[in-house]
Ligand binder design. Structure first.
Ligand SMILES: Nc1ncnc2c1ncn2[C@@H]1O[C@H](COP(=O)(O)OP(=O)(O)OP(=O)(O)O)[C@@H](O)[C@H]1O
Ligand SMILES: [Mg+2]
Length: 349
């Protein structure tokens, strides 16, 4: 078919653009991360993120086209993340994509960010997941199990009642005095730790749903107890009392528990949907080495495609196109960013 799609992603703190051919072949993939800015603050500041996107957006798109050796004439469609995410950040991407679609007369696809994370698993080269697919989305803002009977069809069959698992990694890292983003820092610290040192509880949540806020609090209480400090002792001060080996043991024990919780629910989901042919893992936490080792049969994106990027947006748009989805009117109001779409409960994305 030879369809080249430019994918644009600005939902959080990565300014990203990529050119993908026929939903599978990455011709370019440019990601400018703002992690260095936000490491200093320990988290994302939405207004600063939006301003950084504005500065980086056009250079990133130009580099994506240049790396792919494409001109605008070669691009068949433009895809952009429109929800969910930080409102100011999404606005930069969607306004840029709308403007470029009008200027260069290209069809525009406004793509849901979680769908894009799932489609990173179709960019792994060669062997594609087989339908029906179960997708475990584990990112900074979401923890969901999706049942996917065919391309572009999703049913949310499990979701978190409170924190996302990535958010839990980030919050536990903060308690332990590890840098932002917490996921990679916990994974690194855990390498030197004893995962059996601290016993942490598994939440009792019915069905395929999750809860991660209790696990974060359990780590907090366990740290206070280990240090002989009262539960009123402020969480931000605990890091000043922990030794490197205690940090490693807490990181390893927490990571092990979080992965066990994800795997238990995934096992329950595969029992509930016995027709499933492939399991795919998606979102930033899918970069985690221990999670990959725990699920050897599952599809994972290459680590570079686990976090936010433009290639997954282009891939998701490609499968919208082959599924018969009509392009979005670049003048229409409905591609203005939305903070959340069917974020909880059963529904479709
Ligand atoms: N190796 C790792 N182990 C565990 N967690 C990780 C790892 N690498 C990244 N993460 C976590 O992944 C999250 C970021 O993922 P991602 O960029 O997909 O989230 P987001 O885009 O902010 O949220 P969403 O996709 O839900 O809108 C962070 O919480 C980060 O700590
Ligand atoms: Mg994301």
């Amino acid at each position: 078919m030879d369809m080249k799609i430019l994918g644009i992603e600005t939902s959080c703190d990565e300014t990203a653009a990529a050119v993908v051919q026929d939903g599978t072949e990455i011709l370019s993939n440019v990601v400018v991360s703002q992690i260095d800015i936000f490491a200093e603050y320990g988290g994302v500041i939405p207004e600063v993120a939006a301003r950084s996107h504005l500065e980086a957006m056009m250079p990133v798109i130009r580099k994506a086209l240049a790396d792919a050796e494409c001109t605008w004439d070669d691009i068949n469609a433009i895809a952009v993340t429109h929800a969910p995410g930080l409102l100011g950040s999404l606005l930069i991407g969607t306004l840029t994509a709308r403007t470029l679609a009008i200027l260069h007369d290209k069809p525009l696809y406004a793509v849901h960010h979680l769908k894009s994370h799932v489609y990173a698993n179709w960019l792994t080269g060669g062997h594609a997941p087989q339908f029906p697919v179960l997708a475990l989305v584990v990112s900074g803002g979401h923890t969901q199990i999706l049942y996917m009977p065919a391309h572009n069809k999703f049913e949310i069959v499990g979701t978190t009642h409170d924190d996302a698992v990535g958010e839990c990694f980030d919050k536990v890292a903060k308690i332990l005095g590890l840098p932002y983003p917490g996921g990679p820092a916990i994974a690194k610290a855990a390498l030197n730790g004893d995962a059996h040192k601290y016993k942490l509880p598994h939440p009792k949540v019915a069905g395929l749903d999750f809860s991660f806020s209790g696990l974060k609090t359990a780590v907090l209480r366990a740290v206070q107890k280990e240090l002989g400090l009262p539960i009123s002792h402020p969480s931000y001060d605990l890091k000043n009392h922990l030794t490197a080996s205690q940090v490693a043991d807490f990181a390893a024990s927490f990571q092990k528990t979080a992965i066990e919780i994800l795997c238990e629910k995934l096992t329950a989901a595969t029992e509930q949907y016995p027709d499933v042919q492939s399991v795919v893992i998606a979102g930033g936490v899918s970069a985690n080495r221990a999670l990959r080792d725990a699920l050897p049969e599952a599809y994972f994106p290459t680590p570079a495609l686990s976090g936010d990027n433009g290639a997954m947006v282009a891939a998701a748009a490609y499968y919208e196109i082959v599924s018969g989805v009509e392009p979005t009117d670049p003048y229409a109001l409905n591609i203005y960013p939305r903070i959340s779409v069917e974020n909880t409960g059963t529904g479709t994305i």
